[in-house]
Design a protein. Structure first.
Length: 452
């Protein structure tokens, strides 16, 4: 394979970038003009381009490839031919007749679709495409771009949680062309001036600190959680998905010093006993200063949820500080959860989850409007008045073969501005859960600090 530079110089001969004075759609005068469509006119170059793009990507993650119309369509097609990842085609507008489909080809909801774009500027057209693709029930985690014009688009998408890979930046290609004397120093200077002046600087949205969130906090449980986070310098919640009381208590005692909360699925404890399971668990929570979060994921009408919350053998209302609940039953269904902090399930981490962009938007409306809700479980950013809890976190990016998908602590703090990570098997299945909890806690705290 040729070097990236050699490849670029060959592609450049097709006239993909022109230098001079060009008036852009926006009326601005630009010293360069980019049009990557001629790349498809040379099959050899198009094929090599596909190779370079594929080389940058974790290919196992993708079930489908889709190009943003039109310029990226041949690129996506070439990538599909090289990688055997099936192609889907996104229309610019839905067909007015027949199926009204926006995406053509064979796909299933929940599949992860790699998006291909030729040039990224502000990122606006990509955002629209992503939304449309997600609305079809597909997942988008990565976007590959041939040329980044460095006008804020990449940063904006990364902040929304997407991995953006770019083959070239405009600075890089200007540098290459200068090295081979295609551009004079004056021309380079003019381009750099333009880039500096015209970089629609992405107003990076600074995340709120825990201190700031604590100031704005209006639910006692949310406040308590934030206080513990600050006291312990931890944003780690361990998911204790173990099967016996003994394992649960041992784990809680071991990881207790590292966590802000212990998340339980109390109904999987085979020898559950209110006295033998819950009393010592409460004691450990006091001893190590952590909260108890029962991951019950309620999903019913208000009356039933009330009964499930306060009755039955688990009597969750007696001991849990927080509960998770779907919001599918509507806002009133959450009224029942008195004296606990409700964490609304807005987006799920599993492959094929039905929590697409539209669902999440509606779920957030319910979550934000209900006083019992302190936060949301999601794989996307949420409004800053909610705390964000993100499961599906592991140092190991492999899934579990049962649909669970993992991201790293760095990813979720940097891209999603998560407040708390939830880690299960990464810790309780580790050879030494205590050390593992310490490792996740330090990495996650460091990632939080870096995201500020
Ligand atoms: O979307 C979700 C929501 C939750 S609460 N994805 C999840 O994985 N969870 C829970 O987090 C899940 O029920 C499990 O208890 C934990 C993740 O466990 P792990 O072993 O995959 O880390």
């Amino acid at each position: 394979m040729k070097s990236k530079k050699e490849f670029f110089l060959e592609a450049y001969k097709l006239g993909i970038i022109k230098f001079g004075r060009f008036t852009l759609k926006s009326g601005i005068e630009s010293p360069f003009y980019v049009d990557l469509r001629p790349l498809a006119s040379d099959p050899k170059i198009l094929k090599s381009l596909a190779g370079y793009l594929l080389e940058m990507l974790p290919l196992d993650n993708f079930d489908l490839i889709c190009g943003v119309p039109y310029a990226a369509l041949p690129m996506a097609t070439a990538m599909s031919l090289e990688s055997y990842i099936p192609l889907v085609i996104k229309r610019k507008e839905a067909k007015a007749y027949g199926t009204k489909k926006l995406i053509e080809g064979i796909y299933r909801k929940g599949q992860n679709c790699l998006l291909v774009e030729d040039v990224i500027t502000s990122g606006k057209s990509l955002v629209e495409t992503i939304e449309e693709v997600e609305n079809e029930g597909l997942k988008v985690s990565d976007i590959i771009v041939v040329l980044d014009r460095q006008q804020g688009g990449r940063e904006m998408l990364q902040q929304r949680g997407y991995n953006v890979h770019t083959l070239f930046t405009i600075t890089e290609v200007v540098q290459i062309l200068k090295e081979v004397d295609h551009l004079t120093d004056e021309e380079v200077e003019r381009i750099n001036d333009f880039l500096n002046g015209n970089q629609v600087k992405f107003a990076e949205q600074k995340r709120l600190t825990y201190e700031e969130k604590l100031k704005n906090c209006d639910h006692s449980v949310g406040c308590r959680l934030l206080e513990i986070a600050l006291e312990k310098k931890s944003n780690l919640i361990v998911s204790a998905d173990v099967l016996t009381t003994d394992e649960l208590l041992r784990l809680a005692d071991k990881v207790g010093p590292q966590i802000v909360a212990l998340k339980t699925h109390i109904d999987i404890i085979t020898d559950f006993d209110p006295d033998k399971t819950l009393l010592p668990l409460k004691d450990l929570a006091t001893k190590h200063n952590f909260l108890l979060m029962e991951d019950r994921k309620f999903a019913d009408i208000g009356n039933t949820q009330e009964l499930q919350f306060t009755h039955g053998m688990y009597r969750i209302s007696n001991w849990a500080d927080m509960v998770t609940s779907h919001v599918i039953g509507g806002s009133r269904a959450l009224d029942a959860f008195l004296n606990v902090g409700v964490i609304a399930i807005v987006g799920m981490s599993s492959n094929g989850a039905l929590t697409d962009a539209h669902y999440r938007e509606e779920a957030l409306k319910v979550a934000e409007s209900h006083p019992n809700v302190i936060g949301a479980v999601s794989q996307n950013t949420v409004p800053e008045n909610l705390l964000l809890f993100t499961p599906g976190v592991s140092f190991d990016s492999e899934g579990d073969g049962k649909g669970q998908q993992y991201r790293s602590p760095e990813h979720v703090f940097r891209n999603l501005q998560t407040d708390f990570i939830i880690v299960g098997r990464g810790i309780y299945k580790a050879e030494d859960p205590e050390t593992a909890a310490l490792a996740y806690r330090s990495k996650a705290w460091e990632a939080y600090q870096q995201s500020l």
